[in-house]
Design a binder for this molecule. Structure first.
Ligand code: ZN
Length: 406
């Protein structure tokens, strides 16, 4: 019985601490009185928690705020460099890792191209990056967040299925945890990117729900509801890339089906078709004639008004517009953000997506939906993987890492 009371007391304490920390995180600067008002905790409780957070170095006093009659309040702020996180983005052609602070500011970044995609080979590149990043001068490091392609089970720490890497039930979290002795969390790359845009793209302060669609070499999305990542019952929420959209004579998709959204609207699909439409010197080897190079040329042709390339890109935008209309009808989320390689086709591409979405959904729902291009460039997955660690406030407890590493 005593043990039970003790446990409950500890849980309440932890809950209150996380609550205070969350609000300090959500504000540039905030006073103890304001924290007490928002959290509905007593001033004494807030003061005790704040004293602990200051002692742990997580929070600092940054000066005095405006007086509302009485004494000017002391303002508190998150000590953004007091903890570091490592984010890793395992993409189609490269692995990128970064050390970031609590405000998502990148301190150090390493990118390694990936040529060998199968089995444990990409691991070599992940190790290469992490071996260097864990030695970063930014300390202490609270954990490693990884954005991986394919279906992921965050709770089990496994990549259930990633077609490109030939990974099936791959225990990535365990492998990294054992090697680096740090907490490791694995997320689907698009879901991580969604959290990155939410937390560091300015959405969390407004508390809006958000859908982030990655239109890159693959297509997928991440859904944030009430500030939390919605992963679905099997971890695959937002996997819109493999919904079949071309019902007759669709092109083969890497998932084994034909006519998936990815087979017509992804950067990979555009590179495949643009290669046929554009003239490339015959002497270029397939290695030299990479998808990235073809996309660069396709972008130039698109801007120059090449009719067949414009048709190809804008037709792909239509398919996306229909897919987004389904999301709007299902979720009625007002903010949709597009990220990934295909955003290079800019306003003309975006306009076709938006117009198609407007035509294909209930106007009452569609009119209040905004579709924008993301703000974090190609860093959203990286930052998101780290951001998901920030969302787990317990990781920021001092007890989780050895003081000797400070
Ligand atoms: Zn597919």
């Amino acid at each position: 019985m005593t043990l039970l009371i003790k446990a409950t007391h500890q849980q309440t304490k932890e809950h209150n601490r996380n609550l205070v920390l969350k609000h300090i995180f959500d504000h540039e600067a905030i006073s103890r009185a304001e924290l007490s008002r928002i959290t509905r905790l007593t001033r004494t409780t807030v003061s005790e928690i704040v004293a602990e957070l200051i002692d742990e170095g997580l929070v600092t006093e940054i000066g005095v705020g405006e007086s509302l009659g009485g004494k000017s309040p002391i303002l508190l702020s998150l000590a953004k460099d007091s903890r570091c996180l490592i984010g890793v983005d395992i993409a189609q052609n490269h692995v990128q890792g970064a050390v970031v602070n609590l405000r998502g500011e990148i301190k150090e970044t390493i990118t390694v191209p990936v040529f060998e995609h199968f089995g444990e080979k990409p691991l070599k590149h992940i190790f290469e990056i992490l071996d260097q990043l864990v030695k970063s001068s930014c300390r202490p490091i609270c954990g490693i967040g990884v954005g991986a392609p394919g279906l992921v089970s965050t709770s089990e720490g496994i990549v259930i299925n990633a077609v490109n890497f030939d990974w099936k039930d791959f225990p990535l979290a365990k492998i990294l945890q054992e090697r680096y002795q740090l907490p490791v969390y694995i997320y689907n790359d698009c879901q991580a990117a969604a959290m990155g845009e939410y937390l560091y793209g300015g959405y969390h302060r407004k508390g809006t729900n958000l859908v982030v669609i990655n239109v890159g070499y693959g297509i997928g999305s991440g859904i944030i509801i009430n500030g939390k990542l919605f992963q679905g019952d099997g971890g695959g929420a937002g996997e819109i890339g493999h919904v079949v959209v071309v019902h007759e004579q669709g092109k083969p998709c890497r998932c084994g089906h034909y006519g998936c959204l990815e087979s017509v609207a992804s950067a990979q699909a555009i590179a495949r078709d643009a290669k046929e439409l554009l003239q490339f010197p015959a002497h270029l080897s397939s290695h030299e004639l990479s998808e990235a190079l073809i996309l660069d040329e396709a972008e130039k042709a698109f801007i120059a008004g090449h009719p067949a390339i414009r048709d190809l890109i804008l037709n792909s935008a239509q398919y996306l517009g229909y897919a987004i209309a389904s999301l709007v009808g299902t979720l009625n989320i007002h903010h949709i953000v597009l990220i990934g390689e295909m955003t290079r086709f800019g306003p003309a591409w975006l306009e076709v997506i938006r117009n198609t979405m407007l035509k294909a959904s209930l106007s009452r729902l569609a009119n209040s939906t905004s579709i924008e291009i993301g703000k974090l460039g190609n860093h959203s997955t990286l930052l998101g993987a780290a951001a998901l660690l920030v969302n787990n406030y317990s990781l920021l407890f001092t007890k989780n890492f050895s003081r000797t590493t400070l």
